[in-house]
Design a protein around this ligand. Sequence first.
Ligand code: DC
Length: 225
Amino acid sequence: MSDKIFSVAIDGPAGAGKSTIAKSLSKKLGVIYVDTGAMYRAMALYLLREGVDMEDAAAISAKCQDADITIRFVDGTQQVILNGENVSGLIRTEQVSNMASRSSVNPDVRKKLVELQHALAQKESLVMDGRDIGTVVLPDAQVKIYLTASSAVRAKRRYEELIAKGEQADLAQIEADIIERDHRDMTREISPLKQAEDAVLVDTSDMTIEEVEAKLCSIVNEKVG
Ligand code: DC
């Protein structure tokens, strides 16, 4: 691996396995993993707590300025800090997911978080995942991967995760939510989710985690050496 700073950008829809794969890839490469979705989730939590009306773009633009979002690494794992509070354990609920998908369409929310992401990538090598990393945040990333899977497969993975945790789950509802969120992420005006022209497409629908890991390692090896 070269001594120069390099970035691996991984984009794709919800539930494609980005964070699992990005985490293991970053460990293999010995670089940090930055989960940008967690930043949008922390912002969504802030807006929910402040009772901001999601339809009120001006209120979101104004309120988001008061949210100071940073990240910290504890034992190599990213923690998201919202106005001094570690909110990492509070941002994985369905309510926060839905709010994050809505508030992330706001240009002021995006501007603020993209600045932070950009600054992180200037400082050190990393694997960063999200929706617009290869297209907007790190257009010069040495490696770009677009990770996807069918909505049915993504819904089934999420369903099995919830069942394993002993929670109630409705497979059809989960798939409907995924389809709705994909639509919102892919059709929004600013930085919609799409494959960068120079990104490598990896469809994980029929792949095991080990197979996806091996595939990504070979892509990184080829591009960065
Ligand atoms: O990856 P995730 O599910 O944790 O992301 C939560 C939401 O944040 C998702 O619906 C879209 C938004 N998001 C975004 O707009 N841009 C990113 N780079 C990452 C996430």
